[in-house]
Design a protein around this ligand. Structure first.
Ligand code: NAI
Length: 356
């Protein structure tokens, strides 16, 4: 793949430090709205080409996520090519931090798959342009609390759109994945009076749910979950879970979950729409995480302020669903259009040059 074909990325940087083993690619898709913000994925890709393809897609996705979340940030992402369990270490992370610093603030990094708050603490010893640090190091820590809160807000907006009331009382919600986000989502749902069905592949997660939320009905896997008479399906594990196959078995009227890249193929959004299933775009629903990360980077982290901003996901989702209905478009198409409009309208302001 040629980076010049990749949908207009501004800058792609390959970072090589053989002594520490660092092989990283930083992709800046857009700085139209501000410094490109997006996490660092540490993953054992099969090839350099696979790593490049992933970082180009992920960074483009961050432009849309940051735009729709109302942040003053463009979209970027980084991948470190390696096995985090084997290759990760202080020297590698600090070498990576120096490459981030060398970009002078055009790219701001944070956690993603395979990287954690303590890793960002190492990165932060070499660069100011990092968020998602531990509270001990002055950061905001785990973002899954606000991500789950944002998922709940989007779900309420979808319920209002579909059923005329935000109320989830008496509705059955299926949560696939009881990891960091899924676990924080459960109490919101239960407090709202929803019946919850859940699954996870990890016996420890199942044990946690049994001990903490005995009222949650646990099923064997996502196939059972989507056919369990649920009204709302909340994918909170891996991506690619919405395919033609799942659509055939799906009971739910609303899909609203935290997982990134839920659609196995883009065409599935149209098929869901034709089937009358309200699909809330994943990057809108799960933007609570990046709202937290931006709050930490933009000033001293304030949980209440970040929570207020995350509550805005209710309004954003409601506007997207209304627009989709009005235009006869899918919610995904409506969200993409709104993100692109904001990037164009606000990005344009850079032309009003400021001096001094
Ligand atoms: P996690 O790794 O803590 O939890 C994922 C859970 O899913 C694990 O308990 C795992 O055992 C389970 N799982 C894996 N495969 C499964 C399957 N086939 N069926 C059922 N369960 C399965 O991840 P986390 O942080 O909870 O994130 C969940 C999703 O939300 C991911 O797609 C992530 O990219 C996305 N996300 C998370 C954010 C955050 O703040 N943590 C922010 C934005 C998106």
């Amino acid at each position: 793949m040629s980076i010049f074909d990749a949908g207009g990325h501004e800058q792609v940087v390959f970072c090589n430090d053989p002594e520490s083993g660092l092989r990283a690619i930083i992709a800046i898709h857009s700085t139209a709205l501000g410094p490109a913000l997006g996490g660092t994925r540490f993953y054992p890709y099969a090839s350099e080409d696979e790593a490049l393809t992933d970082v180009l897609h992920l960074s483009e996705g961050m432009s849309y996520k940051n735009a729709i979340a109302g942040l003053d940030h463009g979209g970027g992402k980084a991948v470190i090519w390696g096995d985090p369990g084997i290759d990760k270490g202080e020297a590698l992370l600090r070498a990576y931090g120096r490459f981030v610093e060398a970009l002078g603030g055009r790219y701001v990094t944070a956690c993603d798959v395979g990287t954690y708050v303590e890793d960002m603490d190492h990165v932060a010893r070499e660069t100011r342009h990092v968020s998602g640090r531990s509270p001990e190091a002055g950061g905001a820590g785990d973002s899954s609390i606000l991500t789950a809160f944002g998922v709940f807000q989007a779900m309420r907006a979808a319920a209002q759109h579909r059923w005329g009331a935000v109320d989830l009382n008496g509705r059955t919600v299926g949560v696939a994945g009881l990891g960091k986000v899924g676990r924080h989502l459960l109490p919101h749902l239960i407090e709202a009076g929803a019946d919850v069905v859940a699954c996870d592949v990890d016996p420890a997660a199942i044990g946690w749910a049994t001990a903490n939320f005995p009222q949650v009905r646990l099923v064997d896997g996502a196939d059972d979950l989507i056919a369990a008479g649920i009204h709302v399906y909340a994918p909170c594990a891996l991506g690619g879970v919405l395919s033609e196959r799942t659509l055939k078995a799906l009971d739910a009227e609303i899909i609203c979950g935290a997982a990134n890249n839920q659609l196995a193929e883009p065409g599935v959004a149209d098929e869901l729409d034709r089937a009358g299933v309200l699909y809330c775009p994943d990057y809108v629903v799960n933007s609570g995480g990046v709202i937290q990360v931006a709050d930490e980077y933009d000033g001293a982290f304030d949980f209440k302020r970040a929570e207020r901003r995350t509550a805005g996901i209710f309004e954003t989702t409601a506007r997207i669903l209304e627009r989709a209905k009005g235009e006869g478009a899918t919610p995904l198409a409506a969200a993409n259009a709104m993100a692109e409009e904001r990037m164009a309208a606000v990005g344009r302001l850079q032309r009003v040059r400021l001096f001094g």
